[in-house]
Design a protein around this ligand. Structure first.
Ligand SMILES: [Zn+2]
Length: 318
């Protein structure tokens, strides 16, 4: 089966051609997420066409377009439900009609973190398990859930995907979602500079001199003994650990996959999360295994092909 897939992020957009579970052509572009979504799409269509040309694939042989989008998504109807300050005009836009009219392809749309989960579950770190939660630590915190061998979507498509918006601190920081004290508002790349600036040690920290403050520098400088970086590291690991315990208590997984850009520092992260989970998660049956994602940037691109396959479009059996 051949699918065109896309992983739409707030910083980068990744596009690919996937054949039988292998990416045979790919392109990464800046997201330009301040552009209106309908205006952003012609460039994406041109890239998908160019990738088909590069891979020597005719569009007529493609089963469908599988896309992960960083928002709440109604997967059954193929609609983006919420804008989250990115790609204005995306909510309610008839993306399915656009895919059909522009590329002649049916669309399988889902939340980006859920697409990554599906990729990892089918082909990566979740293989062999029917009960998997994946936490993607990126600009925000994305979550996807497989329970008893089924991708969890819920009545309105949002089950599991709001894992980054579980309350980890009652009365805490306001979040873009309307809640307060969400994991994403307490520790994510999106709020890292703000969190750092609130620390009294910030003014004298090497972090104050970073033009683009990210967790790679936080973990690096923490190792070197920078007080602000150490405080931010420990705070963030605490927030992510508490989030994972909440997810374990909610969804009863046997494995939790941790992925996303922040996991480039996985050696500093996974042991701390596993230790906290071993100590605090209430799992009378045994211990939940925490593992790093195996597919990296490819997870949601491969997951997109599984979304197409799941929809059982006409060419999906080819
Ligand atoms: Zn929130």
């Amino acid at each position: 089966m051949i699918a065109l897939t896309g992983d739409i992020g707030g910083t980068r957009i990744k596009l690919a051609v996937v054949r039988d579970g292998q990416i045979i052509a790919r392109q990464i572009e800046p997201a330009l997420a301040d552009q209106r979504w309908p205006d952003r799409l012609p460039a994406l269509a041109a890239t998908w066409r160019a990738l088909c040309h590069e891979a020597n694939i005719e569009l007529a042989t493609v089963a469908g377009l599988g896309v992960g989008f960083p928002s709440l998504v109604d997967a059954a109807r193929g609609r983006i439900l919420d804008e989250w300050g990115k790609f204005p005009g995306c909510a309610g836009f008839d993306f399915g009609a656009w895919a059909r009219d522009t590329l002649g392809l049916p669309l399988a749309l889902d939340n980006d973190a859920r697409a990554a989960l599906i990729g990892e579950w089918r082909q990566g770190a979740g293989r062999g398990s029917n009960d998997v939660v994946m936490v993607t630590l990126g600009t925000g915190i994305g979550v996807g859930v497989v329970m008893q061998g089924r991708v969890l979507r819920g009545a309105h498509g949002q089950a599991g995907t709001l894992g980054g918006h579980l309350t980890v601190r009652y009365g805490g920081r306001p979040c873009i979602c309307g809640n307060v004290g969400c994991a994403e508002a307490e520790a994510s790349t999106a709020v890292l500079r703000e969190l750092a600036a609130l620390r009294p040690e910030f003014a004298t920290s090497a972090l104050a001199r970073e033009t683009e403050l990210d967790y790679a520098s936080v973990f690096q400088l923490a190792e070197a003994g920078d007080a602000c970086a150490l405080a931010l590291r420990d705070h963030s690991l605490g927030v992510w650990s508490a989030t994972i315990v909440n997810l374990i208590h909610a969804y009863d997984p046997e494995r939790v996959i941790v992925g996303g850009g922040i996991m480039r520092s996985s050696a500093h992260i996974l042991p701390a999360l596993q230790h906290y989970v071993n100590t605090h998660a209430h799992t009378a049956w045994g211990r939940v295994q925490l593992v790093a994602g195996e597919l990296g940037d490819d997870a949601a691109l491969l997951g997109g092909a599984w979304l197409v396959n799941e929809k059982n479009f006409p060419n999906a059996s080819a």
